[in-house]
Design a protein around this ligand. Structure first.
Ligand code: ZN
Length: 491
C-alpha cells in the first residue's frame, strides 16, 4: 500500500480518526503504525499485515487498517514491536528526573518538557500509596507512559520506577510489570526512636551489632576534605537506627535485583531527623561492602521538603550539608536522589552544581496541581465546588502529610472573580490544600456515584493540549533551575 504520511492520514480520516503526527512510523515493507484519536479515545492503527497487534480490521478506499484499542495487551505488543516504548534502566545517565503522572494524562506534557533538555525522564513513577488513592495499577501507569512515548515519538529512552516500595511482594509486582527501577523505602526498618535517646537509655538497649561496632569504631575517612569519624555512642545509635534497614535492603537486592538490569534506589528519607553525612556514609559503605549494588540513594536533607511548595529552611545550611552528601555519593559512584522535588526551585541550582550535574530528582504532585490549575482556568464552577470540598477534608488529609499550611491565607473563594482562580496555584497554602486532598477529590462520591472524577477526566481530555503546554512550561522550569543544559548545546 501507499504508506506515506499523507496517505495514512487520509485513510484514518475516512474512519473519523485524527493521526498523531509524531507517532507515525512507516515500515520498509509498506506497512505502518501510528496512534490516532477518535474524539473521546485514542487507538493504535496499523496496516493489518503486522501480526503484532489485535484489533478490528477496517476498510476504506481499497485500503485496510487495523484499529487496536489501547488495552494492556495492545500496549504489551507495542513495547515488543517498538522497544523505544518500553522502559529501561536509565539512572546511569547523568541527569534524570522522575515525573509521576497520577492521572495517566501527563505523559505528553512531561515528554515535551524534556524535549529541549539533555536529561532523561522516569515517566512511570508511582508509589503503592498513589496507586491506592488513584485506584490504578502498575500496569496502567506503565501503559499510559508507553502510550505517551509512542504518541510523541519520543525515542531517547525512559525509566519506570516502583516508588517507595516497602514490601517484598510490592517489589515483585513492580518487576513483573516490567518496571526498571525499584525505590526501596526502608523506613519501616529504621528505628526512629533511638534518635532522641540519651546515652544511658541507648546503652540499656539490647545490642546485636557487636561485629559492626568493631568494624567501624575508631574509623575515620576523608571525603573530599570532609572528615567522617565513627565511634562511641553515636556509632551505637547509628547501628540501632539503620542496622535492620541495611539487612532489609540487602535481602531485597539478593532476592530480586542481583541479576537484573534494574536500577535500585535506597530510600532512607522518611525519618524523623535529617540524615547526617556520617549516617549516609555508613549506610552506603555497609551496603557496598555486602555487595549490594545501587544506583541512587535518597537521604533526608535538612530543612523541609513539603509537598508542592518551595524549600523551607536555611539555604546556606542546605548548601553546606548537601555538599558532603553529594561528595559521599560521588565517592561510591551513585547518584543523590532528591525526593519531594516538586517546586523546590531555590535548592535546584545547588543540587545541579554540587552533584556536578549527576542527580536524580522526583516530582509528582506538581503535575496534579497543574491539572487542577487547568480546572480553575477552564471550569470555574467545578473548581469552586472542588475547592470547597477540599477545605472540608483538609484536616483529615493532613494526618498523612507534614505540611504547615495556613488556611486563613487562602482567599475566600466568594471574594474572587473567576479569572482570579488560576492564580490560587501560585499561592503556597492554596497549593497545599489541593495537593494533599487529591485522594479525597478523586474518590469523592455521592448518591450518583463518583462525584468529580468523570467531569474532571472529561475536562482534562477536552483540554489535553493546554495541559501539555502547562506541564511543558512548569516541569521545564524544574529542569532549567537544576541547571540541565539544552540538548543543542551538547550536540
Ligand atoms: Zn521519599
Amino acid at each position: 500500500m501507499n504508506n506515506s504520511f499523507e496517505a495514512v492520514t487520509s485513510l484514518c480520516a475516512q474512519f473519523g480518526a485524527k493521526l498523531y503526527e509524531r507517532s507515525f512510523i512507516p515500515a520498509e515493507d509498506g506497512g505502518f503504525a501510528a496512534m490516532v484519536n477518535f474524539g473521546a479515545e485514542d487507538a493504535l492503527v496499523s496496516d493489518g499485515g503486522d501480526s503484532a497487534f489485535e484489533g478490528e480490521l477496517r476498510f476504506a478506499g481499497g485500503e485496510r487498517a487495523l484499529v487496536s484499542p489501547l488495552t494492556h495487551e495492545t500496549m504489551q505488543a507495542l513495547r515488543r514491536r517498538f522497544p523505544f516504548c518500553a522502559p529501561s534502566a536509565v539512572l546511569a545517565r547523568e541527569r534524570t528526573m522522575g515525573v509521576g503522572d497520577r492521572l495517566g494524562i501527563a505523559g505528553s506534557g512531561h515528554i515535551r518538557a524534556f524535549e529541549p533538555f539533555d536529561a532523561t525522564p522516569v515517566l512511570a513513577q508511582q508509589s503503592m500509596r498513589e496507586l491506592t488513592l488513584t485506584k490504578r495499577t502498575f500496569e496502567q501507569v506503565l501503559d499510559a507512559a508507553s502510550g505517551a512515548v509512542f504518541r510523541e515519538g519520543f525515542r531517547r529512552g525512559f525509566g519506570a520506577d516502583g516508588d517507595h516500595l516497602k514490601q517484598p511482594d510490592e517489589v515483585e509486582y513492580a518487576l513483573s510489570c516490567g518496571y526498571t527501577m525499584i525505590t526501596l523505602d526502608c523506613s519501616e526498618h529504621i528505628r526512629n526512636d533511638v534518635a532522641a535517646m540519651g546515652g544511658m537509655q541507648l546503652e540499656a538497649l539490647p545490642f546485636p551489632y557487636d561485629d559492626l561496632y568493631k568494624k567501624y569504631n575508631g574509623v575515620s575517612v576523608d571525603i573530599e576534605g570532609a572528615q567522617l569519624c565513627f565511634g562511641g555512642t553515636e556509632l551505637k545509635r547509628m547501628l540501632h537506627l539503620y542496622g535492620a534497614a541495611i539487612d532489609f535492603a540487602q535481602s531485597i537486592f539478593e532476592r530480586y535485583l542481583k541479576d537484573r538490569p534494574v536500577d535500585f534506589e535506597i530510600s532512607i528519607d522518611e525519618t524523623e531527623t535529617p540524615t547526617t553525612p556520617l549516617q549516609h556514609y555508613f549506610v552506603a559503605n555497609e551496603l557496598r561492602s555486602r555487595g549490594v549494588i545501587f544506583q541512587s540513594m535518597a537521604p533526608r536533607f535538612c530543612g523541609e521538603f513539603q509537598k508542592g511548595v518551595d524549600y523551607i529552611g536555611s539555604l546556606d545550611q542546605f548548601r553546606a550539608e548537601f555538599a558532603v552528601h553529594a561528595a559521599i555519593a560521588r565517592h561510591f559512584g551513585y547518584k543523590i536522589s532528591l525526593h519531594s522535588g516538586s517546586d523546590k526551585f531555590s535548592v535546584f541550582p545547588i543540587v545541579g552544581e554540587l552533584t556536578r550535574e549527576r542527580f536524580h530528582a522526583k516530582t509528582s504532585g506538581t503535575s496534579w496541581l497543574e491539572a487542577m490549575r487547568l480546572v480553575a482556568m477552564t471550569s470555574p464552577a467545578l473548581y469552586r465546588e472542588i475547592h470547597a470540598f477540599a477545605l472540608e477534608h483538609f484536616a483529615e488529609a493532613k494526618r498523612y502529610y507534614h505540611v504547615t499550611t495556613d488556611l486563613t491565607k487562602v482567599p475566600a473563594l466568594d471574594t474572587l472573580p473567576d479569572d482570579a482562580l488560576p492564580a490560587l496555584f501560585d499561592q503556597n497554602d492554596a497549593r497545599q490544600l489541593i495537593h494533599i486532598t487529591y485522594g479525597y477529590i478523586l474518590n469523592a462520591s455521592d448518591d450518583l456515584g463518583e462525584r468529580f472524577r468523570p467531569s474532571l477526566y472529561e475536562l482534562w481530555r477536552t483540554h489535553q493540549e493546554t495541559y501539555s503546554n502547562l506541564l511543558a512550561r512548569h516541569i521545564g522550569r524544574h529542569l532549567e533551575q537544576l541547571g540541565v543544559p539544552a540538548r543543542s548545546e551538547r550536540q
